[in-house]
Design a protein around this ligand. Structure first.
Ligand code: AKB
Length: 315
């Protein structure tokens, strides 16, 4: 039998746009189908225009390409979710349910469903947040992530479907801008520092959040997907730590490299979201069960981001 292929939903998003080339490099161009609600770009093939809320189309795509593994990256992030909670529920919960149902019906081998630090809430211990702890998020995005974690786990125990996921921190990357997240400031700041030497942050200087550089995000995703199932005690909800810094600390680190960079602060509705999330997470379960450890800390991430963006922006 021909080896079954990989489908990536939300392939044009911040993580999907870097995950697809990596998977194609590893498994071959033809083995990885990228899909998104955005139209196909030149050179991106095989590609399917796919809205994950359309379960019928999803099932057709899975059949058409003989899909065995899905990386379900399509989602509406925290800040965008607060602007339209109904849509966030439809995409994040409806889309996820469609993916799990199609995976169950068609006997897929493995499914990756990302969760987020947004699964936590103000009642969760904020420093070194434990793996197994209070999950009472205050955002619709966080609620949808808790639903995703529990639903994925349910499909594992009820149907034996191999569903896996990590709780991503804020992801920092140079290729594709994130959209609609609370941690987006940590990407925007680099573009503004290089282009205009100044940035107005939408969070307070002391706001500290767990963050991760894209190479570590991709490493964590692939490591978990390749881990032997027997080693996993958790499945859909692994804490993964990369680094943890405040807005001010990131700005200082940039200023060391761009001395005339200036930051100002105008906190908006996203401050309340950030205040409900952890400052740092305990990822010992990921370390024990599948050998997780990050490669980047704050200074090495800032060095690499500036180098990549200088080339990209030609500055
Ligand atoms: C967001 O800010 O909404 C996301 C996340 C932490 O999941 N980056």
């Amino acid at each position: 039998m021909k080896r079954r292929k990989i489908l990536v939903t939300g392939a044009k998003g911040q993580i999907g746009s870097e995950l697809v080339p990596l998977l194609r490099e590893k498994y071959g161009e033809e083995s990885v189908i990228s899909s998104d609600i955005k139209p196909r770009e030149e050179g991106d093939a095989p590609y399917e225009l796919l809205d994950v809320t359309d379960g019928k189309k999803l099932a057709e795509v899975v059949d058409k390409h003989n899909i065995g593994i899905v990386y379900h990256m399509a989602a509406i992030l925290s800040a965008a979710g607060e602007k339209n909670p109904q849509l966030a529920w439809k995409v994040n919960v409806g889309g996820l349910y469609n993916v799990l149902e199609v995976a169950r019906e068609k006997g897929l081998e493995r499914v990756f469903i990302p969760s987020s630090i947004a699964a936590f809430g103000p009642e969760t211990p904020r420093v070194n947040t434990p793996q197994d702890t209070v999950l009472k998020p205050r955002t619709i995005y966080g609620v949808s992530k808790v639903v995703g974690e529990r639903l994925g786990e349910y499909y594992f125990w009820k149907y034996g479907l191999d569903v896996r996921g990590v709780r991503y921190p804020g992801i920092i990357s140079s290729k594709t801008l994130p959209g609609g997240g609370t941690t987006d400031y940590a990407v925007e700041i680099f573009y503004e520092a290089l282009k205009h030497r100044k940035y107005t942050a939408f969070l307070k200087p002391e706001t500290r959040l767990p963050m991760m550089y894209m190479p570590d995000c991709l490493k964590a995703t692939l490591m978990l997907m390749e881990a032997p199932l027997d080693n996993l005690k958790h499945h859909t909800d692994f804490n993964v730590a990369g680094m943890s810094f405040s807005v001010e600390e990131l700005a200082m680190e940039i200023k060391k490299r761009i001395p005339d960079f200036e930051i100002t602060y105008e906190p908006d509705y996203r401050q309340a979201i950030a205040d409900s999330w952890p400052e740092s997470v305990d990822d010992s379960a990921a370390r024990e069960e599948w050998g997780w450890s990050p490669d980047y800390d704050l200074p090495s991430m800032v060095d690499d981001m500036l180098e990549k963006l200088r080339k990209k922006l030609g500055v």
